[in-house]
Design a protein around this ligand. Structure first.
Ligand SMILES: [Zn+2]
Length: 261
């Protein structure tokens, strides 16, 4: 109701017809939103089905194009795996160790986690190391980090999600070193993240070397050799940061820059 000159006058906006049409419009909008949500969900399901189908089609191609022509090799590894390398890498979907190193199944024993971290008191990685070294007699371990790593960016920027924050805290030593390098060379954010990814690889190698299992083996001889690599997602190339054969370590930002060119 609208009051005009002390008298109440019925507005067109208050009319039952107008209110009724508004209610109808709102109901129509709700219905359209429901239809749109169903449409989105159905499109997402179709997309997901499509990806899963592609994986299965990919497997059929692998069986026909790789497995069958090399059946003798695959029969050998079916009887017993004997990988020569233990790969410790990031879970990132773009860093698939078999693909980027052109390796067949059976070449590498693999452990991957966020930011390729070697944690103390981590039963997961400890059991992988024990099985790999003691039972599979692996002689080379590769710790491979990569550029454009979300975990590395989160170490730099800080993260508040509970488990991710706790996990990345294990790599905080790499950030301390990187902060010093970045300040000295006035690095851009992209350059700093690259240095941080490299320093993280070196730190995780130190963690590996500190584990009793590895330390005891190194005291008896030189195995397992530990290599530190950085995979560049922009070019597909791998840079050697730590040469496990010679022990040579790439130091500082300038050495890293020279690898890029
Ligand atoms: Zn990563």
């Amino acid at each position: 109701m609208v009051r005009v000159s002390g008298k109440s006058k019925k507005s067109r906006l208050d009319s039952p017809q107008f209110v009724g049409s508004l209610l109808l419009l709102a109901a129509d909008c709700r219905q359209q939103a429901r239809v749109y949500r169903v449409h989105l969900a159905s499109a997402a399901m179709k997309r997901n089905r499509c990806v899963i189908n592609k994986l299965l089609q990919g497997n059929a191609k692998f069986v026909a194009g790789e497995f069958k022509p090399n059946e003798k090799y695959y029969r050998t590894i079916a009887a017993r795996q004997s990988p020569k390398v233990l790969w410790i890498g990031c879970s990132d979907s773009r860093v698939s160790e078999d693909v980027i190193t052109g390796s067949r199944p059976g070449t590498m024993f693999v452990h991957r986690n966020v930011a390729n971290i070697v944690a103390f008191n981590d039963v997961n990685i400890s059991s992988i190391l024990e099985y790999g070294i003691v039972h599979l007699k692996i002689e080379d371990i590769v710790v491979c980090g990569h550029t454009r790593c979300g975990g590395i960016a989160a170490i730099e920027d800080g993260v508040h999600e509970n488990y991710i924050a706790d996990w990345l805290c294990i790599a905080s030593g790499a950030k301390v070193i990187t902060d010093e390098i970045a300040q000295k060379h006035k690095l851009s954010r992209e350059q700093k993240l690259e240095v941080l990814a490299a320093e993280n690889v070196k730190l995780q190698i130190k963690h590996l070397q500190s584990l009793a299992l590895i330390k005891n083996m190194h005291e008896k001889g030189s195995l397992p050799r530990i290599h530190g690599w950085l995979y560049r997602v922009e070019t597909g190339a791998i840079d050697v940061l730590v040469n496990g054969r010679t022990g040579k370590v790439t130091k500082g930002f300038k050495s890293l820059e020279s690898m890029r060119s």
